[in-house]
Design a protein around this ligand. Sequence first.
Ligand SMILES: Cc1ncc(COP(=O)(O)O)c(C=O)c1O
Length: 307
Amino acid sequence: MTENAGYGSAGVGFMDGAFMALSELRLPVTDMGFQLADMCYDAVHVWKGRFFRLDDHLERWQRSLVQRRFDTLGYDRDAVARVLHGCVARAGLTESMVTVIATRGSPATAHKDLRTCQNRLVVWAVPFSAVVSAEELETGCDIVIAETVRIPPEAVDPTVKNFGRLDFVQALFEAYDRDARYAVLLDRDGFVTEGRGWNIFALRAGELLSPDRGVLEGMTRRTVLELSAALNIKGRLGRMGADDLRGADEVFLTSTAGGIMPVRSIDGRPVGDGQPGPVTARLKDMYWRLHDDPAYTTPVRYEPAEA
Ligand SMILES: Cc1ncc(COP(=O)(O)O)c(C=O)c1O
């Protein structure tokens, strides 16, 4: 896997009914998606020419639309799938990250009545990249436990994937100030939640634990729980304190953008012996092998590139 090829430098987008180069995608500054983060999205990946868990992503996407009170944007589930295929096919990518966004759109009235907005579908496909660097995927990444708390789920539902992320932004600057690149946030009660773009797992006494609340119900998290059952490792969702994380034998992050990504230090202290652990390595290997399994994958329709 290569280092990010330059985010946004190559790819194909779709907006207002037309495919175009990614660099041509533009949102008006009056779009409430920009002004209020009044949007929702999903991100799915393509590996070796196949979408991974496409139906599950589309299901989560449709739940998000309903929860955020978007209409269908004129694209039902099959039509959205066709656009996703169309972007990847036109971009000619066999390894890709594909993002699908609903934005509220621009209001018809100056007092910005949200009900007058014409909702908008925006999709793009870019070369696959991870939320951590290629080197960190192998050696592990350094994270901090941020002082900034995660926006409470009662305010913004984190199970609806969204860009309302100023908590992550503030936490990331804390991380940079502390010589790390990534931050995990606690909730108001001191329980671990997630970071920008990933869920987190801790292995303690042979059991895998990931936070059960205040987080996105990640597709990769789900896959890890399925794989841990196959490995006969108990995996569960539950409350996790900062000390559960600090005292873990292994810690890893999960995301569509990167899969299973080892953590080698927390707040400057090594996790285990500071090397990616054996369970993390095993799961990572199984995760990537799953990408050949027709039960988890859907071939991209490359030809002819469909509208
Ligand atoms: C806040 C947040 N949590 C978790 C995840 C991981 O979810 P998934 O495994 O579905 O990519 C993401 C992915 O972008 C995310 O943005």
